[in-house]
Design a protein around this ligand. Structure first.
Ligand SMILES: Nc1ncnc2c1ncn2[C@@H]1O[C@H](COP(=O)(O)OP(=O)(O)OP(=O)(O)O)[C@@H](O)[C@H]1O
Ligand SMILES: CC(=O)N[C@H]1[C@@H]2OC[C@@H](O2)[C@@H](O)[C@@H]1O[C@H](C)C(=O)O
Length: 366
């Protein structure tokens, strides 16, 4: 168990969009951010991404074993580039997420990383929350709470992650702890980039609609957008979470549209899902700070600015790094686990009571 001292923690995240592994160092006591450190990124090669893609939606078997080899190798490479850490937070690669059914599956074994890196590794962050009736996701909100303090926010702010899936955290920075009633409300908003990536991959062989160039040339098909918003997910009260491919219906809804209109409509679906979700927040946030790859899509950002009643900025506007926030989050959460502090609460995952997830693997225990 860690004491309350400040430690150097290294976090790694391989997100649902399967682009690569982010890794980042932070100095923290698990409650406050003291300093941000160096970061690194290793993209997956096309071959590696194909191996991961083949394992999506699976719980075991040869495809998972092959994908595990990729996950371990690429994580060890990128983590070894960053020096002097005391502890590592290893999220792994989500292959499937069905919290009220089969569970949640983050591929990767912390024992292997601990042995290779020679450091204590915290991993399997989501299972304990799911076992206590929670969604197991999102988990970045406790870190967003610390970020709100770090930027000196005094009024409610929202952090919006536009990754493969979108997730939103509303924070009241006047509270002293993230697990306190009224400090946080968090939930997945809906699909963000994953279906758009799938669309341009299928139709054009591209990895994403870079800079929203395709969507910028298209027109939003309102009928498809309305059908999308009829999905039961949008009537559920938060906290709530999604699997990457829960919204495969989106590809059907834009099937008849030309490429540009289909991309514009899917971009509008991601942005509108955020607007609908925002209505659940306890009070309107003073600003929305956007992290994740979607903040680099000007069409998505413009739609959000037009549709939300507050400022919408990339997190860089307040000195944070939107490419590394999730990796930093799992570094921070690793320290919380090491100190026995909770990593989720009823307001972030619907879990019955605040709980600390995560197993700790130490190099000498393998
Ligand atoms: N310049 C850009 N223009 C448009 N989209 C972009 C750009 N850069 C990144 N993206 C989108 O962002 C995605 C990557 O986002 P990010 O790294 O935040 O996702 P992730 O962490 O894998 O997902 P999640 O947060 O759901 O786990 C890319 O797959 C792409 O769709
Ligand atoms: C099950 C799972 O891996 N969910 C991811 C996914 O990607 C975004 C969104 O859906 C969020 O719920 C979560 O990731 C972030 C890092 C989180 O747990 O906060």
């Amino acid at each position: 168990m860690l004491g309350a001292d400040v430690v150097k923690a290294l976090g790694a995240m391989s997100g649902t969009s399967l682009d690569g592994v982010d890794a980042a160092l932070i100095e923290t006591d698990g409650e406050r951010i003291i300093a941000f450190g160096a970061s690194a990124y290793h993209p997956y090669s096309d071959e590696e991404r194909a191996v991961l893609r083949a394992a999506l939606g699976k719980w075991q078997g040869d495809d998972c074993a092959a994908a595990a080899g990729v996950v371990h190798r690429v994580h060890c490479e990128v983590l070894a580039e960053l020096q002097d850490a005391d502890i590592v937070g290893f999220h792994g690669q989500t292959l499937a997420h069905d919290p009220h059914g089969r569970g949640t599956h983050q591929l990767g074994d912390g024992n292997i990383l601990a042995e290779t890196l020679g450091l204590p590794v915290v991993w399997d962050f989501r299972s304990a929350d799911v076992a206590m009736g929670g969604e197991g996701a999102p988990l970045a909100p406790f870190f967003h709470f610390a970020c709100a303090k770090w930027i000196g926010a005094t009024e409610p702010v929202a952090f919006l992650n536009l990754g493969g899936v979108g997730n939103l955290t509303w924070v009241d920075p006047s509270k002293s702890k993230p697990q306190e009633d009224g400090a946080l409300l968090a939930f997945d908003t809906g699909p963000a980039n994953a279906p758009l990536n799938d669309l341009v991959a299928l139709r054009l062989g591209l990895d994403c609609d870079r800079d929203g160039k395709l969507a910028a040339k298209g027109k939003v098909e309102e009928g498809a957008l309305e059908l999308f918003l009829e999905e039961a997910f949008f009537n559920k009260m938060p906290p709530k979470s999604l699997d990457r491919d829960d919204f495969s219906v989106m590809l059907d809804l834009v099937r008849e549209l030309n490429d540009a209109d289909a991309a514009a409509t899917m971009t509008a679906m991601a942005a509108t899902a955020v607007m609908v979700g925002m209505e659940h927040c306890p009070s309107p946030p003073t600003r929305v700070l956007v992290t994740g790859g979607g903040r680099k899509n000007p069409v998505m950002m413009r739609m959000l600015s037009v549709g939300l009643d507050c400022r919408v900025d990339p997190v860089e506007a307040v000195g944070l790094d939107g490419d590394m926030l999730e990796a930093q989050a799992f570094a921070f959460l690793a320290v919380r686990v090491g100190r026995g502090l909770p990593t989720s609460a009823p307001s972030t995952t619907r879990v019955a009571a605040p709980v600390g997830g995560g197993q700790i693997s130490r190099p000498d225990s393998v």
